[in-house]
Design a protein around this ligand. Sequence first.
Ligand code: FAD
Ligand code: MLT
Ligand code: ZN
Length: 474
Amino acid sequence: MSGFVEKLRGIVGDRGLVVDDAGKAPYLGDWRENFMGAALAIVRPASTDEVASVVRLCAAEKVAVVPQGGNTGMVGGATPDTDGRAIVLSLNRMNRILEVDPLGYTMTVEAGVVLKTIQDEAARHDRLFPLSLAAEGSCTIGGNLATNAGGVQVLHYGNARQLVLGIEVVLPSGEVWNGLRALKKDNTGYDLRDLYLGAEGTLGIITRAVLKLWPRPKDIATAWIAVPSPAAAVTLLSGAHAASEDNVTSCELMARQGIDLVLQHIPGAADPLAERHDWYVLLEWSSTRPRREGEAGLAGKMEAYLGEAMEQGLVLDAALAQSEAQAKAFWALRENHSESQKKDGPSIKHDISVSVSRIPAFMDEGLAAMRTVLPSCRPVPFGHVGDGNLHFNCMAPVGWDKPRFMEVAPAISAAVYDLVVKYGGSISAEHGIGRMKVEELAHYRGRIELDTMRAIKRALDPANLMNPGKVLEV
Ligand code: FAD
Ligand code: MLT
Ligand code: ZN
């Protein structure tokens, strides 16, 4: 294969090619440390033309391509398999913001721009790019679009699919589809853009995107709230929509087990409330209307609402952030859930969704289902309750190593997913399928859906070279 690698070098130059083992290593394993693969080379093109040339060469030589952004995915979608015959195509050198149009509320970017950079650039123009998740300091917009990422503001702004107007894609043949349109309305036939969003790199490589921007909020209220139950959390959220005048931008639910792990593993983390409680909600309201002199603003409205909710027994205790720093500290308790679970030991994740009103019943039945399979397991449910999306995660019993836990993990997951289906929910609300849930997707989605997805994959990638083995077996 040395001739092939030299042809790659001819396209991307020395800076764009990594072939030594130490240099390749960070690209070959996933964030959760579940998968480790091998690759002929890591290829880092600097432009769409270079991506297209690399993909054309791979098509000619029948070499598989694994697209990779920030490599923060939760389901092994950006990890190559172990045979070492694929290349990893990293977008991390395509990291330029190409244009900001504050008048038209759009930003055009290359796929490898880190999400936080986009948020900061939007803020510099007094605009908001609302996609927000704990990995925002390292995940890329290309990865966000390829996974149709969710995060903590979906209930107000939508997921990644709703935040983009146009994309440019390098197809498995190496041709470039320029769908980089900044149009709000375009009913000219099938929606190709939506095909590539959430396809996890199995249909093509997203190289550029036109993103939507919003006005930047000028008044934000954030509260850390102890609630008696998930049912109380859902009722609290339901009333908050009207009480905030439709300004609820985040509503995250957490169980005490998750808070304990954050306090144990994350330096500087502190419990905002004096007493321990079983359930917490992080509630945020934001408005583009600035708080005027002498007005209590959203914080005043939120305080009044939480007071009423306390009288109704929906709230046990609450702390309203008095400063941006305090709001950040509340958010850190939420955002460090994944990191602290990783530090604590082996765990499995169930990124599920059901309709919001069914969350309380699902929580009860789901916790019971996990404990029936393994009474000593340690469930850590938390997540985006406002979207009906729970991270119904489960830590191994204390003292168990990963191989021992992984023997029983499939039975726990099957119990959870069967219940999700009973509730009319989804077995992957925001993380995607990757390589981790290929069997589950084949098991839980209907024949018509699977046949249609396979037909699309075969039509667009007949040689099965674009991220093979991910999402679907064809
Ligand atoms: P990668 O991990 O590099 O790739 C993900 C998938 O997209 C792979 O299949 C890859 O092949 C494909 N891909 C990457 N770039 C491209 C491209 N340019 N074109 C085509 N395909 C491409 N996710 C959520 O949805 N919500 C959350 O709240 C959330 N929280 C997280 C918190 C933490 C601490 C971590 C580590 C992850 C979290 N994630 C969350 C998962 C992850 O951050 C997202 O899936 C993110 O969108 C992945 O972006 P990435 O650039 O890291 O993509
Ligand atoms: C998050 O919302 O923090 C992640 O998507 C959840 C997870 O790690 O399970
Ligand atoms: Zn999440």
